[in-house]
Write a protein of this length. Structure first.
Length: 83
């Protein structure tokens, strides 16, 4: 059995009947759409999608900062006023 990462789930048949109603019922929560009782896809609002993209971007930036801090011995010191 697959793990479902949503508070709400609906069958593919129910989703096809009225996707807008499924979205209204879920509010801002993600919805797992099931096909033969297994997640086929997740439906999320644009607001939640944007939050997920921001979180992934923040994680990428944090990793880049960690990498650069690990290589700080090779950094060149500069005077900001001379730029």
């Amino acid at each position: 059995m697959d793990t479902i990462y949503a508070d709400y789930s609906v069958s593919m048949s129910e989703f096809k009947k009225n996707p807008a109603q499924v979205l209204r019922t879920a509010g801002e929560k993600p919805v797992a759409v099931l096909n033969h009782n297994r997640p086929a896809f997740y439906m999320i609002t644009p607001k939640l999608f944007e939050a997920l993209v921001e979180e992934l971007s923040d994680r990428d930036l944090a990793e880049l900062a960690r990498q650069r801090l690990a290589n700080k011995d090779g950094a060149v010191e500069v005077d900001i006023d001379s730029l």
